[in-house]
Design a protein around this ligand. Structure first.
Ligand SMILES: Cc1ncc(COP(=O)(O)O)c(C=O)c1O
Length: 455
């Protein structure tokens, strides 16, 4: 290659040559696999000693940008790319995405097959509106699935398919909330639930949670609807204790309130025996169980469901009909097949192993390196975990900003209205992180804490 190198710049002569060659690799003028001029030739051109050029080549070779081949010369390393500007590329080992990223995700192919099958089915195209409760096959599949995986007692007729958990909350709200009705959410809690109930005219009250979940003694007597996430409290992550579950059902019975149990991500469960859902503990028809496929499959499919007591079923069907009659039957039928063929259960089993490993790795790092700054909230399910900060939220904001600058995204705990929570803390999501980068990320977070030193 006819490479243009000058001796302009700062530093000794080798450093200047090094800098220009590095720039040429980084901006693509020198491409992977390309041969560099021999040291002797470049030295002659620049009127410097051969050793001066050799020092620059050696440094770039040690940093992994160049590779020397005996008898053939010096070449730009195959993995040297502009993405690593300013950092030494690892030598010897290729930097590549995980295998999962190199091919389309397997569920995508499966999903394509299932949807194509449904589109080809002779009865795929109906000239009529369909059942507002959803595809009968999917309702049966959901009833079986949650019966096995969550001990929810339901038959196909008890299930109403929705466009995600959000529509389930919307339908429940429409049929139970009058303007001014008192609705409680957990604090901190799920902002989309708060906003939704407010939009329906409810007076929404945040009720504190502690290590056992929702503080039942703090429920206002006037509450008509209690929204809760007992399996994996959103966002803190602890499960609601059995004593609290029983107390909540008892409270609801005495006050004539409805309990909405949002079980959004509990399929990813890392403990042997989960606590029974409120729905199966309930003996008096006070619980609506809400599930979602957003975490187990993809949020954009907009698939969720609810299991309601008999007393609300007709109204919920009617509300669904008024809202959009029914969802997309093709997607619903494809999901039914996904469940019936055992693919959902298999996916959950595999993903649970993966998420459990990430959860354990992050928890171990928090217990080992962060005890001065963070107190982990014990959790055994889901795709994120939380830890309370011992310092102030201002300090924590600075820590998280430093970590973000270094490429590590960790969320700050927020209240259900998006404001400051009662206790500051962090939310660490591991649904989409590369497990091989967890230790590195946690080290960056620890360094950010040390730099701010919020003790
Ligand atoms: C508490 C909670 N409920 C439900 C959902 C899922 O909602 P949807 O099924 O509408 O996507 C989420 C998603 O993040 C959530 O955090």
């Amino acid at each position: 290659v006819d490479l243009h190198v000058t001796l302009a710049g700062r530093g000794d002569l080798s450093a200047r040559i090094y800098r220009q060659l590095l720039d040429a690799v980084m901006d693509g003028r020198l491409r992977p696999g390309e041969r560099l001029p021999p040291t002797r030739e470049l030295a002659q051109r620049l009127a410097v000693s051969r050793n001066t050029v050799a020092v620059a080549y050696d440094r770039l070779t040690a940093e992994g940008f160049l590779v020397g081949r005996v008898g053939a010369g010096t070449f730009v390393h195959e993995t040297a790319t502009s993405g690593v500007r300013g950092r030494a590329a690892p030598t010897g080992r290729d930097v590549r995405p995980r295998r999962w990223w190199r091919t389309p995700p397997p569920p995508a192919n499966t999903w394509r097959r299932l949807v194509a099958n449904e589109l080809r089915a002779p009865d795929a195209y109906s000239a009529h509106y369909l059942d507002p409760a959803g595809d009968p096959g999917l309702r049966a599949a959901i009833a079986r699935h949650i019966g096995v995986s969550r001990w929810v007692h339901a038959g196909p007729d008890d299930v109403l398919v929705t466009q995600g958990a959000q529509q389930a909350l919307d339908l429940i709200g429409r049929v139970t909330i009058e303007p001014g009705t008192c609705v409680t959410i957990e604090e901190p809690g799920y902002p989309q639930a708060r906003l939704l109930f407010e939009s329906l005219g409810a007076r929404v009250v945040g009720v504190p949670v502690d290590a056992e979940g929702l503080d039942v003694t703090a429920l206002p007597r006037t509450a008509r609807l209690v929204y809760t996430t007992p399996s994996h409290q959103y966002p803190l992550g602890m499960p609601m204790s059995l004593a609290r579950r029983t107390a909540l059902l008892d409270w609801a019975g005495r006050h004539g309130a409805l309990v909405v149990e949002d079980d959004y991500d509990s399929e990813f469960r890392f403990s042997e025996r989960p606590l029974e859902p409120l729905q199966s503990l309930d003996r008096s028809g006070r619980v609506v169980y809400v599930g979602s496929f957003a975490k187990t499959t993809l949020p954009m499919l907009r698939l969720g469901f609810l299991v309601a007591p008999e007393s609300l079923r007709q109204a919920l069907r009617g509300a669904r009909q008024l809202a959009d009659w029914h969802g997309d039957p093709i997607t619903q039928a494809a999901m039914a097949r996904f469940i019936d063929e055992g693919l959902l259960a298999r996916h959950i089993r595999r993903a649970t192993r993966e998420y459990a490993a990430r959860h354990d790795r992050i928890t171990a790092a928090l217990a080992r390196d962060f005890t001065d700054w963070l107190r982990v909230v014990p959790s055994a399910a889901g795709l994120h975990l939380c830890a309370h900060a011992t310092g102030t939220s201002d300090d924590l904001d600075r820590v998280l900003a430093l970590a973000a600058d270094a490429g590590v995204g960790v969320g700050a705990l927020a209240g259900s209205d998006g404001g400051a929570p009662a206790r500051p803390g962090v939310v660490i999501g591991y649904g989409a992180v590369d497990p091989t980068l967890i230790d590195e990320g946690m080290a960056v977070l620890a360094a950010s804490f040390r730099a701010v030193d919020p003790t």
